[in-house]
Design a protein around this ligand. Structure first.
Ligand code: AN7
Length: 372
């Protein structure tokens, strides 16, 4: 077969798999890198701004990159069940890849605090859904305890195979641009993704990173020749109500409308700090109104609909452009981590509501004339 078959097939020489590994894939990865044409002008940025639209993965988020690896390795090791805690997207991906593999998935989600589309996905793919009376951090603690006692594979990003899959985003960006960008901006929740991006960029330039020391020996996968000459400056943005990296330690009652990143005690704390420190970058935070504003601006000026958490990358970037912290003329890539359709409630709640109008030509024409 010659058609695209997912990131494990595409990058098998740079991932911890062998020819006999039973690959579980939904053809994830290979997402579009879209250059923004209108938004940069609007915010007064004179460089290039491109978005890597991870919302176009099979379950609508970047989690599919990690989940193809985690479930593949779980099946290879003989697991019949997987478990995760999730703010929504991990549970959707875990449920889908478990269905694909024919194994059982258990997902712990915070009661009432996950977007509707994600809940629908976990249920539809047949996961055993446990809505806990607690937040993501409580769920994370519980799944670590349970997976250490029962024969169930833990597929949160503390599983090193998750980051191995997610690092492939950097490979795709370098291939598309012919070089790494000057800056890479992304939202930070549990902090696995920023760590994985950095691992991918470091491997592509042949450089070592703290992440190598934590992936259980699975990153001697540097290509023979470096594929890029530079690594980007990594900028990680959090929601103000859930910003442990800004507070210097865990936050006990995280809250934000961007429910995907409603996380107070990120698991990849040291790796994320290493990414920011080694790249000369920084963390910053955005308020909920700033996040929603960025989500709307992107949707309405570029036709790209991401979920609120994903828009945190643009909200933060816009703030840093305004503050003069971004070099003039730079090439910037923003990861849009999930699709806007995941969270229809938040989208509908912040937009101009539909006109309610009689099914009559004159009434409709009147509204059109007013809006032209
Ligand atoms: C859309 O699904 O943690 O910093 O349990 O869904 O790697 O955690 C989701 C995280 C950003 C943050 N954007 O990434 C989960 C979960 C979206 C997300 C993040 C998430 P990390």
């Amino acid at each position: 077969m010659t058609h695209y078959q997912g990131l494990i097939h595409r990058y098998r020489h740079r991932l911890p798999v062998t020819d006999s590994t039973p690959v579980v894939t939904l053809n994830e990865g290979n997402t579009p890198l879209i250059e923004l044409l209108n938004l940069p002008k609007k915010i007064g940025f004179d460089g290039r701004l491109l978005v890597k639209f991870e919302g176009l993965n099979p379950t609508g988020s970047f989690k599919d990159r990690g989940m193809t690896m985690a479930v593949t390795k779980a099946v290879e090791a003989g697991s019949r069940a997987i478990i995760c805690a999730s703010t929504g997207n991990t549970s959707a991906a875990a449920a889908a890849y478990a269905a694909r593999a024919g194994i059982t998935s258990f997902v712990l989600i915070p009661d009432g605090k996950i977007a509707l589309g994600k809940l629908a996905q976990a249920m539809m793919h047949g996961a055993v859904v446990l809505q806990i009376q607690g937040n993501f951090d409580d769920g994370m603690r519980l799944v670590q305890e349970i997976s250490s006692e029962l024969p169930i594979a833990l597929v949160n990003s503390v599983n090193p195979f998750r980051l191995q899959g997610q690092k492939t985003i950097a490979f795709e960006i370098i291939e598309a641009l012919g070089e790494a960008p000057d800056y890479h901006v992304l939202p930070v929740g549990n902090a696995g993704n920023i760590s994985a991006h950095w691992m991918g960029y470091c491997e592509s330039t042949g450089q070592e990173t703290a992440a190598c020391g934590h992936c259980q020996g699975h990153c001697p996968y540097h290509p023979a020749q470096p594929l890029a000459t530079q690594r980007p400056i990594m900028l990680g943005y959090q929601a103000s109500g859930a910003a442990p990296f800004m507070r210097g330690g865990p936050v006990s009652n995280p809250d934000t409308i961007a429910t995907a990143i409603r996380i107070g005690n990120p698991m990849s704390w040291p790796l994320a700090w290493a990414a920011v420190r080694e790249s000369g970058g920084w963390f910053d935070e955005c308020t909920d109104p700033e996040i929603l504003e960025a989500q709307r601006l992107l949707a309405q000026t570029e036709g790209v609909f991401c979920e609120p958490s994903s828009a945190t990358s643009l909200a933060g970037f816009m703030k840093d452009v305004k503050g003069g912290r971004i070099r003039s003329g730079a090439t910037v890539v923003a990861t849009l981590t999930g699709h806007g359709l995941k969270d229809p409630d938040t989208a509908i709640g912040q937009c101009v509501q539909p006109h309610r109008v009689a099914a009559e030509r004159s009434a409709i024409a009147a509204i059109i004339e007013r809006s032209l």
